[in-house]
Structure formats: structure tokens, C-alpha cells
Ligand binder design. Structure first.
Ligand code: NAP
Length: 282
């Protein structure tokens, strides 16, 4: 390893929008490490070949963007528990035997964000309500179960997608309809929006929070805008809230530690840098 520049990259198609180079570049500088983190566009027709022959890329590891997380997971010789449960990997590395290993750190990013900004949020794990049933929802359901939430309601426009997550994760997960959201919210200790609703350029998230218990923590993983209408509405009625930018930053922590050997910290400075880069007002 000594003398060889350790290089990692964000891989996928497209990769130009990714903030990962900014995040890992910040930490490399902060820790005074001689590594590199770049962007590598992988055309869709080459994806299987690229991840299948990852050793030839000259990288010690990589992040993987949508839509290649499943292809990357299939190419791995070893998967961590989260990647294995989700069938999708967002972080890759080569181990000392040259085996391709994969992890899914999206759920850890969600947990790291709440642990940092709402310490003890999971002291009495009970019932969670997750809006959405896409890739991010799957990671968050996994994360909530890992923290012993006993019931996780999944509310999605397309009910079959919520049911698919329930089939995968089993007991404790329940598929629910938007029409019954008021009743579902009455039992919530945690409410997470994982749909793209409320994001700049997308339709608004229309939701009535009047049944939500006052103690329930509300998290929106949409971070553009940072303070979404959901968070504004929740804060106005006194619920604790956490915004979504921290999830993006925290999902990078385990990857950086794996590749470069030091555990980085999500600082206020990094949060501000990322928001500025995204053009989002803090
Ligand atoms: P995805 O797999 O495409 O899922 C999108 C979800 O939004 C689905 O549940 C979809 O419902 C729902 N949705 C979209 N338009 C809708 C509409 N008009 N009405 C009702 N539901 C609608 O996307 P994803 O990867 O899970 O990401 C979801 C959001 O989370 C995005 O805004 C993304 O930027 C954000 N995100 C943030 C982080 C972070 O680090 N903070 C990480 C990952 C993702 P259907 O199934 O019915 O289509």
C-alpha cells in the first residue's frame, strides 16, 4: 500500500451531479491524507462488465449511484448485512485478498444524521411511519429495524412497492394507504418522508399532521429546500425535526474510513460547504 496513491471514485451514470467528491475531498484535506476521490462515468451498457472487473479500474474502492447499485451488489464476493438485505450496494472496496466487497451505507447515513442532531431519538423505539417505498425508503426501513423499531408503517402511492418491502423485511413492517394516513400517524414516534414530494421542482407533500403525537420526531430526507414544508409544519406544532442534508454526509463516513483508514466527522463547516455547493439556503 505504501507509495501507491489510494484512489476512489463515484461511479455510475450520470456522476456529474454527485457531491461525493466534495465530501471526500474535504475529509482528505482535513486529515492531511494523500488520497484521491474522483468521478468515473460508467455508460449503462458497460455497467455489468465494469463492476464485474472492478479490480481493473485502478481504484481501491468506489461509491455507486442509482441505477447501478443492484448490478454492483451482484458483482460482489461479499456483502454487508444492509447491502445483502437490500440487494443494492452504494460502497465498494477490494479486501486484502482482492475480493470485491460491498456495503450499503444509506441506512447508516440516516441513523448517523439522527444520532447527531437528535441524540436519544431511539431511546424508546416504538412505531415509525415511512412515506415512500423507493430505494431510500428501503434503506431507512432497514435502519429503523436495526434500531429495534417494533412497527414500521410504509405508506406509498404505489401500494405494491410498499408490499414488496414488507415481503422482504417481514414481521413488524406494514403496508399502508395514503387514505388512512391520519390514523397511521396517530401511533407514530418517528415520521420520515422519503418521497421526492416537497423537493424543489416536484409537487408539494400534502399532509395533515393533526393526529401526530407531539413527541414524534419528523425527518425529511429531501434537502432541497433544506427546510421543507413538512418540517415547517411539524416545527410549528412543536414536533422535534431533523433535516436531510446530514444523511447525505453521514452515508459517506463508513466509506471514507474503509478506504482511507480514518473515521471522519460531519462538521458544521462541511454541512455549510455541501449546502453552498448544492445552491441550497441554510
Ligand atoms: P425513488 O426510488 O425514485 O422513490 C421515489 C419515491 O417517491 C417513491 O416512493 C414514489 O412513489 C414517491 N413519489 C414520487 N413522486 C410522487 C408523487 N407525485 N406522488 C406520490 N409519491 C411520489 O427515489 P429514492 O432514491 O428513494 O429517493 C427519494 C427522495 O429522497 C429523493 O428526493 C432523493 O433526492 C431523496 N434522497 C435523499 C437522500 C439523503 O441523503 N438525504 C438519500 C437518498 C435519497 P411511487 O412508488 O408510487 O412512484
Amino acid at each position: 500500500m505504501s507509495g501507491v496513491l489510494r484512489k476512489a471514485a463515484i461511479t455510475g451514470h450520470p456522476v456529474s451531479h454527485s457531491r461525493s467528491p466534495l465530501i471526500h475531498g474535504y475529509w482528505l484535506k482535513k486529515h492531511g491524507l494523500e488520497g484521491e476521490y474522483g468521478r468515473l462515468d460508467v455508460p449503462p451498457e458497460n455497467a455489468e462488465r465494469f463492476y464485474g472487473n472492478f479490480r481493473d479500474a485502478g481504484l481501491i474502492g468506489a461509491n455507486v449511484t442509482v441505477p447501478f447499485k443492484e448490478i454492483a451488489a451482484k458483482a460482489c464476493d461479499w456483502l454487508d448485512e444492509a447491502a445483502s438485505a437490500m440487494g443494492a450496494a452504494n460502497t465498494l472496496w477490494l479486501d486484502e485478498n482482492g475480493r470485491l466487497c460491498g456495503a450499503n451505507t444509506d441506512g447508516l447515513g440516516f441513523l448517523g444524521n439522527l444520532d447527531q442532531l437528535a441524540p436519544s431519538w431511539d431511546e424508546n423505539p416504538g412505531t415509525a411511519v415511512v412515506l415512500g417505498a423507493g430505494g431510500a425508503a428501503r434503506a431507512i426501513v432497514w435502519a429503523l429495524i436495526s434500531r429495534n423499531y417494533t412497527t414500521v408503517h410504509i405508506v406509498n402511492r404505489t401500494r405494491e412497492k410498499a408490499e414488496k418491502i414488507v415481503d422482504e423485511f417481514g414481521a413488524g413492517t406494514v403496508a399502508c394507504d395514503w387514505d388512512n394516513l391520519g390514523t397511521t400517524l396517530a401511533a407514530a414516534d418517528v415520521l420520515v418522508n422519503t418521497t421526492s414530494l416537497g423537493m424543489t421542482g416536484k409537487p408539494p407533500l400534502e399532509i395533515d399532521l393533526s393526529n401526530l403525537p407531539a413527541h414524534a420526531l419528523v425527518n425529511d430526507i429531501v434537502y432541497s429546500p433544506l427546510e421543507t414544508d413538512l418540517l415547517k409544519q411539524a416545527a410549528a406544532r412543536g414536533n422535534p425535526i431533523v433535516d436531510g442534508i446530514g444523511m447525505l454526509l453521514h452515508q459517506a463516513v463508513p466509506a471514507f474510513e474503509r478506504w482511507f483508514g480514518e473515521r471522519p466527522v460531519v462538521t458544521e463547516e462541511l454541512r455549510m460547504l455541501a449546502l453552498k455547493d448544492l445552491g441550497v439556503n441554510a
